[in-house]
Write a protein that binds this ligand. Structure first.
Ligand SMILES: Cc1ncc(COP(=O)(O)O)c(C=O)c1O
Length: 404
């Protein structure tokens, strides 16, 4: 038996139960926002005198809209402050938009950059929207390919983007990419939307991270602002399950979207909006909180890079070195991602299912694995990465010794 097989047998007998699947903040990160608890103290009135405990105010209280505007680089009147999830705003927005699409026998389509965020793909699947893969290159989205697709096919109604610290690759879109994306709706007759999920806008792990150009400003110059939908949340700033989601739209579309939401809710949780607006009262407070997150997260990302190094030396894998966000994207050279995820699972290390970073769960090359290092503590993370490396070595070795 080879040394790798022996190591693997040892892990099988170790009764591990480790999880590298979802990008969740760890308990220490959640504790950073304990101040939320003290933000009300019996004073429920928002700045404009509204009692936040009561119904109403679908667009959100002014100070929460301002918080969203700071986070997403928008004007407050372009922002709706919602409930605890930007993902649900994305779903609702897309189903609102879908009502304006010309009826057609064939399914409407969306462009999905791959590897990408699995829950965007689920939204499309759920709404009956077919997905077209476009690969992210080292430079980011391949705009020439996207422009040509959009020009040729009027059934394409939009594109999903995670522009800064892309999930899972960590890409930050260049200024030229942002400008061309703002002009994309001009190239098609269809009702086209750029779904701009800026979930990691404030989530830098390094100094001197390149700034993201302002998509909405470019869209206003190009006259496409009604075709831009921007999203973000405090899920990875305060509390992942009880944060604040935002969407940014042109004022005309914001009013129309509000009309669409009106039969669904009389208003989001304004008490939580008030709590958040008070906690994150200015840029300095937000920056201090994100610096505290970074202190916890950065060693975990450094550990991933350090532990994967032997795989690079043996040309068995390459991986992203994100400057922020929550993920590392790992591409295998020789082994099957499905096989590695299976081996790791047997050894008690849960990985995001292979294929999850592609529409329909189908990674055509079966090579991508998304690593989410935020939740486990350093000890668990270290052990989980050792198992992962061993599984990749074993699966690569097994693949090389299996006759074709
Ligand atoms: C790119 C991206 N968008 C949205 C979300 C979820 O956001 P929310 O918690 O605001 O619904 C995540 C969570 O992992 C994400 O990675």
């Amino acid at each position: 038996m080879s040394n790798i097989d022996l190591d693997y047998q040892r892990y099988l007998g170790a009764n591990l139960s480790l999880d590298l699947t979802r990008g969740k903040p760890c308990p220490d990160q959640l504790d950073l926002s304990h101040g939320l608890e003290d933000m009300i103290q019996g004073d429920y009135r928002s700045r404009d005198g509204v009692d936040t405990r009561n119904y109403g105010g679908l667009a959100g209280i002014p100070e929460a809209r301002e918080l969203g505007a700071r986070l997403l680089d928008l004007d407050p009147e372009q922002v709706m402050a919602g409930g605890n999830s930007s993902l649900s705003l994305m779903y609702q927005y897309l189903s609102f938009r879908q009502r304006q699409w010309a009826p057609s026998e064939a399914a409407p389509k969306f462009i999905c950059l791959v590897p990408g965020y699995d829950r965007h793909f689920s939204v499309c699947e759920h709404l009956g929207i077919a997905m077209i893969n476009v690969a992210l290159t080292a430079q980011g989205p391949d705009l020439s390919m996207i422009e040509s697709l959009v020009q040729k096919d009027p059934l394409i109604h939009g594109i999903w983007c995670v522009p800064k610290h892309s999930n899972p690759t960590g890409h930050i879109y260049s200024p030229e990419t942002v400008q061309r994306l703002a002009r994309l709706p001009l190239l098609t007759q269809s009702d086209f939307t750029v779904m701009w999920d800026n979930a990691y806008a404030a989530h830098d792990l390094h100094d001197d991270v390149p700034a993201l150009d302002n998509l909405m400003a470019h869209a206003v110059s190009a006259g496409t602002e009604d075709q831009i939908a921007i999203f973000g949340s405090t899920s990875k700033i305060t509390l992942a399950g009880a944060g604040l989601g935002f969407c940014g739209l042109s004022p005309t579309i914001l009013a129309a979207f509000q009309g669409y939401l009106e039969p669904q809710t009389i208003g989001f949780d304004k008490v939580n909006q008030l709590r958040h607006a008070r906690l994150l009262k200015d840029d300095n407070t937000l920056k201090a909180l994100m610096d505290a997150h970074r202190k916890i997260l950065r060693p975990k990302f450094d550990l991933v890079d350090e532990k994967l190094k032997p795989l690079g030396d043996q040309s068995l894998a390459s991986w992203s070195l994100p400057l922020g966000g929550y993920f590392v994207s790992l591409d295998l050279t020789a082994a099957s991602a499905r096989q590695v995820v299976h081996l790791a699972g047997e050894a008690g290390v849960k990985l995001t299912p292979a294929g999850a970073t592609f529409p329909y769960g189908n990674d055509p090359e079966d090579k991508n694995i998304r690593i989410a290092p935020s939740f486990p503590d350093m000890m668990d993370l270290s052990q989980a990465l050792d198992v992962l490396v061993c599984c990749i070595q074993k699966a690569s070795h097994d693949a090389a010794s299996t006759p074709h």
